[in-house]
Design a protein around this ligand. Sequence first.
Ligand SMILES: [Zn+2]
Length: 215
Amino acid sequence: MKALKCRECGREYPLEATHVCEFDFGPLEVAYDYERIKKSLTREAIQSRPKTDVALPRAAADRRGADGGAQVGFTPLIKADRLAKKLGIRELWIKNDAVNYPTLSFKDRVVSVALSRAKELGFTTVACASTGNLANSVAANAASAGLKAYVFIPSDLEHGKIVNSLIYGANVIGIKGQYDDVNRLSAEIAGKFGWAFVNVNMRPYYAEGSKEHGV
Ligand SMILES: [Zn+2]
């Protein structure tokens, strides 16, 4: 990683826990030093890496196995012959991403990367705004990585959706309002308490986790 870069104006920022451009509120994303990567990232180098360590932000990938995420990704492709026939196509494979661990959700991909990076940046408390799956994934992966977790949800969310978060020991906080209200409050809390919110100030790293859906 060489910087966080604004998708709108291209301004670059240090690789910290920040997610919006100060000039135009454009989203920040991870920019890589491809010239340097080109010299060492060969097919052989990738093949010799651990299976979980694909082409994620390198520092995050180093820690990912140790701090959670070791069983994320490499989900199976299922051949769907009858659906293929119905759709009139020759061959169809469906990626079964419901077998990620620990929470059987594709959110384990993004959360494990965001949490690894949060830990690397020195955070001890991680958090998220969620309506269910993300909360459970943050709770489980935080427990695995030894981080404190806070999840913020709309207060009228069905209990069944967040019972896993409670089992994993996260602090679950119901907010009166819609998801947008929860999200806005989370952005304020992230700034005030200096917590790593996976889908707020850690979003650039979190987004990298969703780029590995192909594996
Ligand atoms: Zn910008």
